[in-house]
Design a binder for this molecule. Structure first.
Ligand SMILES: [Fe+2]
Length: 222
């Protein structure tokens, strides 16, 4: 996986959580060894529900980053938020976070929001308890902020929805064997190119599989 990502020479790598099974210190140390080998100076991580078990969020903050943040990379703004709750599986963002998220997205950049839990339901998720408990309000907030791209993890199901010209892209799993149904191990490759003529962005979402083959899933202009 590391070699595959490094060959792409990405500008940005986003890891949407569940780095660990139980949030223990030794697990975090192990996964950090892999993440450090990803040769990209802009790595964005948000914790998942498994990472917050056993107070694992403490190790997450020590080894990686704040759990809530906003970063600007030239003409791209990335906001990350911890949607986990210690020792609970369901996701929650919370009204107390809506204000700073809106502020962070106030510019005209290409806007990316990263969190672990699902923003909208996706197929193969079974009994749907994987979306944020405040999903409706967060969906409206991100849409109002004209967010271009929402990146989620959690159920290891690769999927893309295009909602009001906002791409909601769920990640599969590449390293674990926890694939659902007939999905196979993969990660998402997102290519966003600004069109000089009109300032629009051409966005392509592909899946990269373990043997290196690639499948284009969506291509859109926004
Ligand atoms: Fe999860």
């Amino acid at each position: 996986m590391v070699d595959s990502i490094n060959r792409l020479e990405p500008n940005l790598v986003v890891i949407t959580g569940d780095l660990t099974e139980n949030g223990f210190s030794a697990e975090y140390d192990g996964v950090k060894g892999f993440i450090d080998r990803i040769e990209c100076k802009n790595k964005i991580l948000v914790p998942g529900n498994h990472d917050s078990k056993n107070a694992g969020y403490v190790h997450f903050e020590d080894l990686f980053t704040d759990r809530y943040f906003s970063r600007n990379f030239e003409d791209v703004t990335v906001v990350g938020a911890d949607s986990s709750q210690p020792d609970l599986d369901e996701g929650h963002l919370g009204r107390e976070n809506y204000g700073w998220i809106k502020e962070a997205f106030s510019g005209e950049n290409f806007k990316v929001f990263a969190m672990h839990h699902h923003l909208v339901p996706i197929p193969l998720a079974g009994r749907e308890n994987t979306v944020l408990v405040d999903a409706g309000d967060v969906l409206e907030l991100l849409n109002r902020c004209k967010v271009n791209l929402v990146l989620c993890g959690h159920c290891h199901i690769p999927w893309v929805w295009n909602l009001n010209n906002m791409l909601v892209v769920n990640a599969g799993t590449f390293c674990s064997s926890k694939t659902r149904g007939k999905t196979t191990q993969c990660y998402n490759l997102i290519q966003a190119d600004k069109e000089n003529s009109n300032g629009n962005w051409k966005v392509r979402v592909s899946r990269v599989f373990s043997k290196g083959d690639r499948e284009l899933v969506t291509e859109t202009v926004m």
